[in-house]
Ligand binder design. Structure first.
Ligand code: ADP
Ligand code: MG
Length: 322
């Protein structure tokens, strides 16, 4: 596939139906129902976020997609290949960057990529090891021992390793968990570059900010259940409440009041913050009511609910899948 596909296209890069995972409890531990029947598609060409708190089932799900963990029930197609019927084609279509960093410390980055290419049956002439090292900015470390790389370099090498067979889908499991701000920025940039080249990216994260910044679409999972799956903008806009901060031209003696205001709070001598429900009224109506009550408005700012608000709202509605 060449070029970047239109995000609005309904072509699916992966299709998951009723995926269940039950881990057998070992040594007296209870069996764990980690995925309780998840269904969703990952559209082609974008950056798709799988967001959820620790233990939600994110790693389980993507390890199943990558063929590293067996599912208990359900079906999955990766780039049109059923993972049970055509496991080899499915595996060739996906590259995975695991959550844990594991390397043989005695290989150089170049060797790591060459070995991985060999494992995927990529002919020597078609291997892209040097190109990938440049892409992840490790060309200087081509011949260094992997054990001498910093944590950030190792993570970048893992991304290159996941791309040796040029899969159309790249999955990153918590790429920025526990990394510093600078490395996070670098990784975000790298994800953006790969995506711009046409790679469909799936990433798991428990950072709301990261999902909001990187992903066009976000699926939220909690306790092995899908609780939302929407374009990021829609998810953020889903919150009913909006806040408008109004500055008036004299000190406020009595706060404005209306039964439709959800909240009305003083935020300064001349500033009042009014929370309202977007489905009940508009900011214009809020302002009109405030004016009718004798205030002269000097300035107005509004604040949309952010993903944090949405997440808290959705994850607190236990057993009510969206
Ligand atoms: P996340 O990646 O969202 O943090 P995981 O997929 O790692 O979540 O885990 C989901 C649930 O499955 C957790 O309760 C976890 O303890 C459990 N789990 C994960 N791996 C195993 C395993 N190999 N054996 C038993 N339980 C597991
Ligand atoms: Mg995980």
């Amino acid at each position: 596939r060449d070029g970047r596909s239109d995000w609005s296209s309904d072509v699916c890069s992966s299709d998951l139906r009723d995926v269940v995972k039950r881990y057998a409890g070992s040594k007296g531990a209870e069996p764990k129902l980690a995925l309780k029947g998840l269904s969703f598609d990952v559209p082609e060409g974008g950056v798709f976020g799988l967001l959820g708190p620790n233990g939600a089932g994110k790693s389980t799900l993507i390890n199943i997609m990558a063929g590293l963990v067996n599912k208990t029930a359900g079906s999955i197609e990766i780039w049109g290949h059923d993972i049970d019927r055509h496991p080899r084609n499915a595996k060739l279509s996906i590259g995975i960057v695991p959550q844990e960093i594991v390397f043989d410390p005695f290989f150089t980055p170049f060797e790591v990529l060459e070995n991985q290419g060999g494992m995927y049956g990529v002919a020597r002439a078609l291997r892209r090891s040097d190109e990938l090292l440049r892409a992840v900015r490790l060309e200087d470390k081509r011949n260094a021992y992997a054990r001498t790389l910093s944590g950030g370099m190792k993570r970048r090498l893992l991304i290159a390793k996941a791309m040796v067979h040029s899969p159309p889908i790249l999955v990153l499991d918590e790429p920025t968990a526990g990394v510093d701000v600078e490395l996070r920025r670098q990784l975000w940039e790298l994800v953006g570059e790969l995506n711009a080249e046409g790679v469909t990216v799936v990433l798991t994260t428990h950072y709301l900010e990261e999902a909001e910044a990187l992903c066009e679409r976000i699926a939220i999972i909690n306790h092995g259940e899908l609780i939302a799956n929407k374009p990021t903008r829609e998810l953020v806009g889903m919150m009913g409440e909006k806040v408008v901060a109004i500055t008036v031209d004299e000190d406020i003696a009595t706060l404005p009041d209306d039964p439709r205001f959800r909240k009305c709070e003083r935020a300064g001598e001349r500033v009042v913050e009014i929370t309202y429900d977007k489905s009940e009224m508009t900011a214009g109506q809020v302002l009109a009511l405030v004016q009718q009550q004798g205030f002269t408005i000097a300035d107005v700012t509004t604040r949309e609910a952010d993903l944090e608000d949405v997440f808290v709202q959705l994850t607190s509605q236990v057993g009510e899948p969206a």
